[in-house]
Design a protein around this ligand. Structure first.
Ligand code: F6R
Length: 609
């Protein structure tokens, strides 16, 4: 997730509008920033590592009176944060900014290198500039863009300018957001309306498969196949803050709803159905070493630890690899038994968690192969592990982790198939898991259809002081994650427990003031979970059941409240069952009037012991 802005018009200096827009889009990415402005075809490009104010200082007084330009604030996916990798990218007279991921960039790059194109960055985005430049040798600017689009696969919002056409700007969209701000004598293009509303509240949302051609006076929208489209303008009455959250009341809620995209981005280009296998570019260098691995240890903290626990179930059942999950803070101070046949995997959204980093250093010291499942490109954990897989979930702003979690689970499924296929997993099993994994984003969307019911339940239970979260097998870690979420956001004391353990002690706590949220999907342990529900009901405890769709009638007499999730493979249920728990925590916290995005006593990145 990056932020892009484009300006074309007669009223303002492009550089000023672009800098202001970048500052407002900084929450979308902040590892580097850049801008290209044009004055009568003379281009000026500025780039800086770090936040937009560093770029601003660099630009200093060089802000010439220009009326067309593009700018970008980056959240790295392909290539570390550096000046070379910062956008805008160029080839010949083409300059562009890109938000998204180009899946087939390596193949395209190889072809373009044969045609004598020289590349300056490690990014997937630069390939698009070269493709358009190559097509522009034979075709006009607009046709060249369309011809380039037919060759790229992936997600993109692109804003493109041409040194020979200083009164034209082209933008296209496929699976990455793009909106035009419409004012008299000027247009602003951006990833979201927060970069626009201080200039105009008239906006046009561009849809997938659409291209916009803008001049200082007008704009037209057409499909990639050339059909003209009439678009409706919308009037926004959002404040700056609301626009950054795209109308959601908190970043946490926005990020919960971003999960279908976050999962799609984690899977993008990594599922190869025809081989029944996953393609994980970041593991290429250690592929052979991974064949010899006999054991896996996952080290992580908090929500990332819960993801690791789900990973343990998957890796043992489907890859046949003995797996343990450890709190990184414990691993680092005891005597961990690892050797070169052990892969130690760090899971971390920030890539900077001090305990996880220390655990990885300890494992490396003992000769283990270290891998990272990390969201932040070039973070310390990403740099210090031998190899790894990036999440591509984009920055997570809310302190409570949501979209990073489902993205971590998605990578763990891919890793399970990858390691499983190196061992005993059949082609058919690999294909079955991956085919179903592809449907998860749509199924998460389906969970959102029950939002009203979930909100109602959250408000009903927000008054309790203590709760149990119970689950079994793949959903035991989700019970832990659900309890962690409601603790952090709603300050309700909650215990995440394996439902089978209740009878060994904790059930003594149950009474009418101690409700339980029970994960009861239709899986291989469903009957056992039903028994746990009965035991709780028999002691006067209230039950909220998360179950598979179609089960409502059967469960009605057992549970007080029911939330349904779509049917999927047992190993993939955590990707769905966690979503209502995130919403329960969010709505309970919001009902109590808490600062959901910044819960008390917590920090987004825990870089101390
Ligand atoms: C909970 C949460 C924390 C983090 C934990 C690890 O919502 O956000 O528990 O999961 O601090 O952080 P990372 O994944 O950045 O290592």
């Amino acid at each position: 997730m990056c932020g892009i802005v484009g300006y074309i018009g007669k009223k303002h200096r492009a550089g000023e509008v672009l800098l202001d827009g970048l500052k407002r889009l900084e929450y979308r990415g902040y590892d580097s920033a850049g801008m290209c402005v044009m004055d009568e075809g003379r281009e000026q490009t500025f780039k800086a590592i770090g936040k937009v104010n560093i770029l601003e200082k660099k630009i200093g007084k060089c802000r010439t009176k220009t009326n067309i330009g593009i700018a970008h604030t980056r959240w790295a996916t392909h290539g570390k944060p550096s000046i070379k990798n910062a956008h805008p990218h160029k080839s010949g007279k083409i300059h562009l900014v890109h938000n998204g991921i180009i899946e087939n960039y390596q193949e395209l790059k190889d072809e373009l290198i044969k045609k004598r194109h020289e590349f300056y960055s490690e990014t997937d985005s630069e390939v698009v500039a070269h493709l358009i430049d190559e097509e522009n040798k034979k075709y006009d600017f607009e046709t060249a863009v369309i011809r380039a689009l037919t060759q790229i696969c992936g997600a993109y919002a692109l804003v493109i300018i041409h040194e020979d056409e200083p009164k034209k700007m082209i933008a296209v969209r496929n699976s990455s957001p793009l909106v035009i701000g419409v004012a008299d004598g000027e247009f602003i293009l951006a990833s979201d309306a927060s970069a626009i509303i201080q200039h105009t509240n008239r906006v046009v949302y561009i849809d997938d498969g659409e291209m916009v051609v803008l001049t200082p006076d007008t704009y037209r929208v057409k499909t990639f196949s050339g059909k003209n489209k009439r678009k409706k303008e919308q009037l926004l009455d959002w404040t700056d803050d609301e626009a950054q959250k795209e109308g959601y009341s908190h970043f946490m809620l926005k990020e919960i709803f971003e999960q279908p995209n976050a999962v799609s981005d984690a899977l993008r280009g990594r599922i190869i159905l025809k081989n029944g296998n996953a393609k994980l570019g970041g593991l290429i260098e250690v592929t052979e070493q991974l064949r010899d691995i006999e054991r896996i240890v996952i080290v992580s903290c908090g929500t990332s630890y819960c993801a690791g626990l789900v990973g343990e179930y998957m890796l043992e059942e489907y890859a046949g690899l003995p797996t343990e999950v450890e709190y990184a803070s414990e691993f680092r101070y005891r005597k961990p038994l690892v050797n070169k046949k052990t892969a130690v995997i760090a899971i971390s959204q920030s890539g900077e968690t001090a305990d996880t980093l220390a655990a990885i250093r300890e494992a490396k010291n003992k000769g283990a192969l270290t891998l990272g499942i990390v969201n932040t490109v070039s973070s310390t954990i990403a740099r210090e592990t031998h190899a790894g897989v990036y999440n591509h979930a984009g920055p997570e702003v809310g302190v409570a982790s949501t979209k990073a979690f489902t993205s971590q689970l998605s990578i763990l499924v891919l890793l399970t198939v990858f390691l499983g296929r190196q061992r005993q997993m059949s082609f058919t099993m690999g294909k079955k898991i991956l085919s179903e994994l592809k449907h998860i984003p749509k199924k998460i969307d389906k969970v959102f259809e029950d939002e009203k019911n979930i909100k109602r339940i959250a408000r009903k239970y927000a008054k309790y002081e203590s709760m149990f979260y119970l689950g079994r097998k793949y959903n035991f870690p989700i019970a832990m994650e659900g309890a962690l979420k409601i603790k952090e956001i709603s300050y309700i004391h909650a215990e995440g427990y394996p439902s089978g353990e209740m009878k060994h002690g904790p059930i003594a706590l149950i009474d009418k003031n101690f409700p339980s949220v029970i994960l009861a999907p239709n899986d291989s342990v469903y009957d056992k979970t039903l028994s746990a529900i009965e035991e709780i009901k028999a002691r006067g405890g209230k039950v909220v059941a998360i179950t598979t769709e179609g089960n409502r009638e059967k469960l009605k007499k057992h549970a007080n409240d029911i939330i349904e999730i779509p049917k999927t493979l047992e190993m993939l249920t955590p990707l769905l069952s966690v979503v209502p728990l995130q919403l329960l925590a969010y709505y309970a916290g919001a009902k109590k009037g808490f600062d959901v995005d910044k819960p008390r006593n917590l920090a987004k990145s825990v870089t101390v012991e």
